[in-house]
Design a protein around this ligand. Structure first.
Ligand code: ADP
Length: 217
């Protein structure tokens, strides 16, 4: 369990905060708007009313107890940047910031924050990927065109084996595991026989994964 501070309880900030609470962490939520601080007081570990651009007010908060501070002030770029400068002044090292525009991103990238988040773009990419490969349930980009994907075995003429799925690409595509209801099969043999609705975790280059995708339709 870790403690996090989320500054700005708009849609993004509160969704992040509630998910962190759901995952078993503690969260201090901060907003300049007292109505929001009151509204979420019982959902989060604590909420504080504070203007994050106010250097002195920020210095009084115990920000160092946090594993990370998430700046979720999206709309008001000036307030977001002043907030980041205040956090830097307090020597907070793990700062994650939601950026709303390219200009915002450019300035943040000069301020050496741990992560710049673009929720709309990141979600947009995931939605486009899901539309492009409807059989892919979820994916993780490993960089350099390599992905880990989760695919679901559709209703098939059986038997349909791992070998049928990755035949011809065995050097490129690796099956990490298969989840069947409650059980997990790690590094399965290529003779593994699929059942409808098995969730299969594969890793490999995007273009090779795209080549085997038709075998799932
Ligand atoms: P979203 O798109 O996630 O809803 P918003 O930009 O609309 O993002 O929400 C940002 C939140 O940040 C609002 O609740 C707003 O009250 C809060 N906020 C704006 N300026 C400050 C500030 N100086 N200090 C603290 N919170 C702020």
């Amino acid at each position: 369990m870790a403690h996090f501070t989320v500054i700005g309880l708009g849609r993004f900030g509160i969704t992040t905060s509630l998910e962190l609470i759901h995952l078993g962490h503690t969260v201090t939520g901060i907003d300049i708007d007292e109505k929001l601080a009151e509204q979420y007081a019982s959902d989060l570990t604590q909420t504080l009313i504070c203007d994050a651009t106010d250097e002195r007010a920020m210095a009084e908060l115990s920000l160092h107890d946090s594993e990370a501070v998430i700046v979720a002030i999206g709309e008001d770029m000036q307030a977001s940047l002043l907030c980041v400068l205040n956090l830097k002044h307090e020597n907070v090292s793990n700062i994650w910031v939601k950026a709303n525009s390219q200009a915002h991103h450019t300035i943040l990238s000069k301020l050496d924050v741990a992560r710049i988040i673009h929720p709309e773009e990141e979600m947009g990419v995931r939605v486009a990927q899901a539309l492009n490969y409807p059989m892919v349930n979820d994916y993780l980009s490993l960089g350099h065109g390599h992905y880990i994907v989760e695919v679901v075995i559709p209703q098939k003429r059986t038997p349909f084996t791992l070998n049928d799925l990755i035949n011809g690409y065995k050097n490129d595509i690796h099956c990490l595991m298969i989840k069947r209801r409650q059980s997990i099969h790690c590094s399965p043999d290529s003779t593994f026989g699929f059942e409808t609705d098995d969730q299969v975790i594969l890793s490999g280059p995007r273009e090779i994964l795209a080549k085997i995708a038709p075998r799932l339709s």
